[in-house]
Design a protein around this ligand. Structure first.
Ligand code: DGJ
Length: 728
């Protein structure tokens, strides 16, 4: 049993692999957060936690609790499990309901609970999955007696991972409609402010850069108002004790399973405690719930690590491989691909792509992906999005797919299903199908608009158009792109009362489409993309096992992008290619870095020199040799590209049985006369390993403690090498 309810203390204890989470039901039905951290025995007395230390003048107290004979109880400085607005707690609210009287005072109290093995999936939203052998779920039911909102807090605890998945359902059990103004997926009240606030910021070509700063009094937050998770902040954040590194420190991390507008905030109050809240962004959000209806928040994953960021990441990776990424793909080897974009941009035809495939085939590449430019009359980015029929003057898709398949290669195709060009047949036929606010000038992005996926008629049209290609041609892979963010966010079908439901309705429409799409095409490999890595989130990973990580394929920049991405997302999700673009590095470095992702090429194979061909063949061989270790093994980040003089990045993957390890060392700057000692991690100290590249036989204990000096291996700027260790 991972979840225990103690009748006497009225505490719930949720035990994950090495961690415990304790919730208490206090007088009056207040639901309090009592503990989250390293595992503790069940049944501890937490009653001292109900009242917090600092004096509470100017913090109102609950009279009924005092009248029941308890010391004064101040909701505004107590550790609340799912805090509400306007009833004594001035900190960030997780829940605010606009009631029929026009105020947002909300106050929920415990009513009942249910504990069961397994985990339910959420209808209409991406969600993690788990059967009764791996997880247990608590449903904690509370009610706001004033609105009769029944609020169910869901917690799924994983037996073998330090992870809890949370979400909240808000049902209208009354007879008047209300509006959900704020509904976070989770709140975590922590007793201190002695933490660093970690998040991943970025922009196009610089996604998921690491930021780590000490918490300060007040509110620090990351968010998106773009209608997409976005390049600028990933929906991931963590609080880590000061001094946390890859192997030490206590970390609480959250990652939203959602691809739209979000906020994750950490508020430090006067008592120096911290409130972490994550969920849908409540800016431009107001959701009507009629009597009998419900609103369900997206899920949010909460991970605890008592052993630094490395352990946190390995928990996320294992959790996503085993419980989020579609089962069909999580442990299926992905085809090594070549993509036409950086090789040809819009400038291709059938023969050119066949020539790409022929050269690629000789090198051992397994799939040709035809990127943007195959539909409508698209020769540049000014037109045709929405016209998903073949550009016949440019392309004979039947001859192309037949020829490519006859060579034994797979074939992939690019779409941008959520977009419409003002210069397209679809736009001319349906000028009100894009997101807009009538009467206001529209803001363009990349000369295109976003089509209104909150509308079923729009979704059906796009689905049919996509089906008419996918049903009639042999296609193995779809790259789903999204090259701008939302502005003038309105739908022609939403009335004034429901205008602020738009952003979330769009997401629900998108998820409905994806659900239907993956059901109809279960064998099709879907890769998500958004101008590089602008929608790299756990919501997408529920449908698409890989996401293009960035349009920046320079390996030095990629070391940083992939380092940040790896904090939360496993290697098998990270689209990474070797290209010619912006490279100051050697070819080998591009390969070593891309190998830490899904791996592929984004260049014209007809131009390869004999030397390049030999290198590609070697990389293809390495890809197969190292695939399982990288994609199913555990990641150990040994030297961060953000560390010290930022001259290198070093990481390794260790197979789960610890029989193999692939160590990769990448240098960014020339370092004169320095040793390059690498102490490996995650090996079995008792095992003996052999590394052919170094002709070295050594124990796991020596490799991890004494390390190895690689100074004579890497001397140039922009070099990388892989060192494969196998048990002997
Ligand atoms: C942006 C993507 O990130 C690129 O890889 C490419 O697919 C282009 N869009 C095509 O327009």
């Amino acid at each position: 049993m991972s979840i225990i309810y103690n009748e006497q203390t009225k505490n719930f204890q949720l035990d994950a692999k090495n961690s415990s989470y304790v919730i208490g039901i206090f007088e009056g039905g207040y639901i309090l957060h009592l503990y989250y951290g390293a595992k503790i025995p069940a049944g501890e007395d937490f009653s001292g936690e109900y009242y917090r230390g600092y004096q509470a003048s100017f913090i109102p107290y609950n009279k009924a609790v005092r009248d029941a004979g308890y010391p004064a109880f101040y909701p505004g400085n107590a550790p609340m499990e799912y805090p509400t607005n306007g009833a004594g707690d001035y900190r960030t609210a997780a829940l605010a309901i606009l009631n029929a009287d026009g105020n947002t005072v909300t106050d929920i109290r415990y009513e009942s609970h249910k504990i069961y093995r397994g985990k339910p999936r959420i209808d209409g939203l991406p969600s993690l999955y788990a059967d009764e052998n791996s997880a247990e779920t608590l449903e904690l039911v509370a009610r706001d007696p004033y609105t009769n909102a029944v609020v169910t807090l869901y917690y799924t605890v994983f037996d073998e991972l330090d992870a809890i998945v949370r979400s909240v359902d808000i049902k209208n059990d009354g007879d008047k409609a209300f509006k959900v103004d704020t509904a976070a997926s989770l709140c975590l009240d922590i007793h201190s402010m002695d933490y660093d606030w970690i998040h991943l910021w970025g922009q196009h070509c610089q996604e998921r850069a690491l930021s780590m700063t000490p918490l300060e009094h007040g509110n620090q937050s990351i968010s998106s108002k773009r209608g997409a998770s976005g390049h600028f902040h990933n929906p991931f954040a963590a609080l880590a004790t000061h001094g946390t590194d890859e192997t030490h420190g206590e970390v609480y991390a959250v990652n939203l399973v959602y691809s739209g507008n979000f906020t994750i905030s950490a508020e430090v109050d006067a008592g120096c405690t911290t409130r972490l809240v994550a969920g849908i962004n409540d800016h431009d959000f107001l959701w009507e719930v009629k009597p009998g209806d419900s609103f369900r928040t997206p899920e949010c994953v909460l991970v605890y690590s008592g052993a630094g960021l490395g352990e946190m990441s390995r928990t996320f990776h294992r959790l996503y491989l085993d419980h989020l990424i579609p089962e069909k793909w999580a442990y299926t080897k992905r085809p090594l691909l070549i993509n036409s974009w950086e090789a040809a941009y819009f400038n291709f035809d059938t023969d050119k792509l066949i020539a790409f495939a022929e050269r690629a085939k000789e090198l051992g590449i397994e799939m040709l992906v035809m990127d943007d430019g195959w539909f409508g009359r698209r020769d540049n980015d000014t037109n045709s999005l929405g016209d998903w029929y073949i550009y016949e003057k440019k392309l004979d898709l039947k001859r192309l797919t037949d020829t490519v398949h006859a060579m034994g290669l797979k074939f992939g195709i690019w779409y941008e299903p959520e977009m419409i060009s003002p210069d397209s047949d679809l736009f001319r036929a349906h000028p009100d199908w894009h997101i807009h606010v009538p009467g206001r000038p529209e803001t363009e992005g990349r000369q295109q608009y976003i089509i209104d996926f909150s509308r079923k008629d729009v979704r059906d049209n796009i689905f049919e158009q996509m089906s008419s290609v996918l049903d009639n041609y042999d296609i193995d892979y779809v790259k789903w792109d999204f090259n701008r963010n939302m502005t003038e966010a309105g739908s022609a079908l939403l009335d004034a009362e429901h205008g602020l439901e738009f952003y979330h309705r769009y997401m629900l429409g998108l998820y409905e489409f994806l659900e239907k799409f993956v059901k109809k095409y279960p064998d099709l490999l879907l890769e998500s993309c958004s101008g590089g890595g602008g929608r790299f989130d756990a919501g997408w990973l529920a449908y698409s096992p890989q996401v293009w990580a960035s349009d920046n394929t320079n390996p030095i920049d990629r070391c940083r992008i992939q380092y940040g991405t790896s904090l939360c997302y496993p290697a098998s999700t990270m689209g990474a290619h070797v290209s010619h673009r912006d490279n100051i590095s050697d070819y080998n470095m591009r390969g070593c870095v891309a190998m830490a992702g899904t791996f592929g090429y984004e260049m014209d194979p007809r131009t390869f020199s004999e030397e390049e061909k030999a290198l590609v063949k070697q990389q293809v061989a390495n890809y197969h040799k190292y695939y399982d270790t990288i994609h199913y093994g555990d990641l150990y980040r040994i030297v961060s590209p953000y560390d010290g003089n930022q001259s290198r990045s070093i990481w390794s993957y260790v197979s789960r049985d610890k029989k193999q390890a692939l160590l990769t060392v990448a240098t960014f700057q020339r370092v004169f006369n320095q040793n390059l000692f690498v102490r490996m991690q995650g090996l079995d100290p008792e095992k003996t390993y052999f590394c052919e590249a170094l002709n070295l036989r050594a124990s796991g204990a020596r490799l991890m403690n004494a390390g190895i000096n690689l100074c004579d291996q890497l001397r140039q700027i922009g070099q990388a090498k892989e060192f494969f260790f196998e048990e002997v």
